[in-house]
Design a protein around this ligand. Structure first.
Ligand code: ATP
Ligand code: MG
Ligand code: MG
Ligand code: MG
Length: 347
């Protein structure tokens, strides 16, 4: 009997299109002797559409943009319909309602094993403020930051600006607390651009984090496993843009990746040890990509972890595993095994 593998992609997030590309790539990597792939497309409006089982790889992304079958109940009801409920879920969702624990909670309630991080790790990892507070708790070095919510900004803007200018120096990185792919992030170089950057970030989230900008190399590591996770080789990002922004990530291909990253043995050891500590403090499962800054003095600071990192074959997470001896199809297989392992353990 083939297992029904539900590929869930799309979603109500800014990373919808990225998710579709990932889904297409994943359909090319699935072992169709073992699995029957059920596409589950979440539209921009958050409607769930379950398609017929795929017999093989999707030729195009458009094929995965399932249209509504008017004869079927819409959204989650259709997904819940027993006839065809997946045995295991591979959520390829980023950002809001995808990477933040909400959909993971839904799968928990459904009692379906799913790939990747659980509710706690996903939600804590999505919120950059909570994440940083947990990192600080286990002594992980990071850049100084200030955080606040929209209401505070509306009431005490000057107070907050004073605080930022006192505790941090320009340039600063202004970010919505709950996002990814650099969406809503800007670099502020003076008072005016700071105010603009905050107003811009507030379009995406009610919670804002303003970080000390740092001049450093960006080095990332992929972590795979459950209770005893392991690290891939390291990769360095060389953005050509002002920083590693959305365009650089997905559109213009201007970013150079160095794999393995040319760092000293000492930096590599420290960075991997920090990645595992970050994985454990968030109680991660399955995978994370941990992002670091490495300064000229070889000081290693953690920037963040991504609980559902970019996952196209040219994304850093799978590339790093490929360079560590695990191909894209093998990686997907391993993630599915880890999901089943974790599900069994919970029983
Ligand atoms: P993703 O999840 O896709 O990695 P994100 O939206 O979570 O991205 P960050 O990784 O926090 O965002 O930041 C995006 C990029 O902005 C970084 O890769 C880096 O180039 C730059 N950046 C972020 N914070 C800082 C900082 N404090 N100092 C210098 N550069 C920064
Ligand atoms: Mg991120
Ligand atoms: Mg992200
Ligand atoms: Mg990042």
């Amino acid at each position: 009997m083939k297992r029904k593998l539900g590929l869930v992609y799309g979603g109500k997030s800014a990373e919808h299109e990225v998710s579709l590309s990932t889904a297409r790539a994943v359909t090319h990597a699935i072992d169709y002797r073992k699995y029957e792939v059920i596409p589950v497309y979440i539209t921009y409006d958050g409607e769930w559409r379950k398609g017929e089982a795929l017999a093989g790889p999707a030729e195009t992304i458009e094929q995965l943009r399932l249209t509504r079958d008017e004869s079927k109940p819409d959204s989650i009801q259709d997904f819940l319909n027993n006839n065809g409920t997946p045995d295991i879920i591979l959520p390829l969702l980023h950002g809001t309602n995808g990477e933040d624990g909400t959909v993971q909670g839904f799968f928990e309630v459904m009692n379906i094993p799913y790939v990747g991080n659980g509710v706690l790790a996903s939600s804590a990892g999505m919120d950059k403020v909570v994440m940083k507070q947990l990192f600080a708790h286990v002594g992980l070095k990071q850049v100084p930051y200030v955080h606040f919510i929209r209401t505070q900004w509306q009431k005490d803007r000057q107070l907050l600006i004073d605080k930022m200018e006192q505790e941090l120096s320009f340039p600063m990185f202004v970010k919505p607390a709950n996002l990814g792919s650099s969406v809503g992030i800007s670099k502020a170089v003076d008072h005016d651009s700071l105010v603009k950057a905050v107003d811009f970030a507030l379009k995406f989230d009610r919670k804002i984090i303003v970080e000390q900008g740092i001049t450093a190399r960006e080095v990332e590591v992929s972590v795979l496993g459950n209770d005893e996770p392991s690290c891939s080789v390291l990769g360095e990002i060389k953005p050509v843009a002002a920083f590693y922004d959305y365009e650089a990530k997905y559109q213009d291909g201007s970013t150079e990746l160095l794999i393995p990253a040319p760092v000293t043995d000492g930096v590599e050891k420290t960075l991997k040890e920090m990645a595992i500590r970050a994985f454990k403090v968030l109680d991660c499962a399955g995978l994370v990509r941990a992002d670091f800054f490495v300064t000229e003095q070889n000081e290693v600071l953690i920037n963040e972890v991504n609980t559902m990192p970019g996952f196209t074959p040219t994304s850093m997470f799978p590339l790093l595993w490929q360079h560590s001896g695990l191909s894209y199809p093998e990686l997907i297989n391993r993630l599915i095994e880890l999901a089943i392992e974790r599900h069994e353990e919970k029983k």
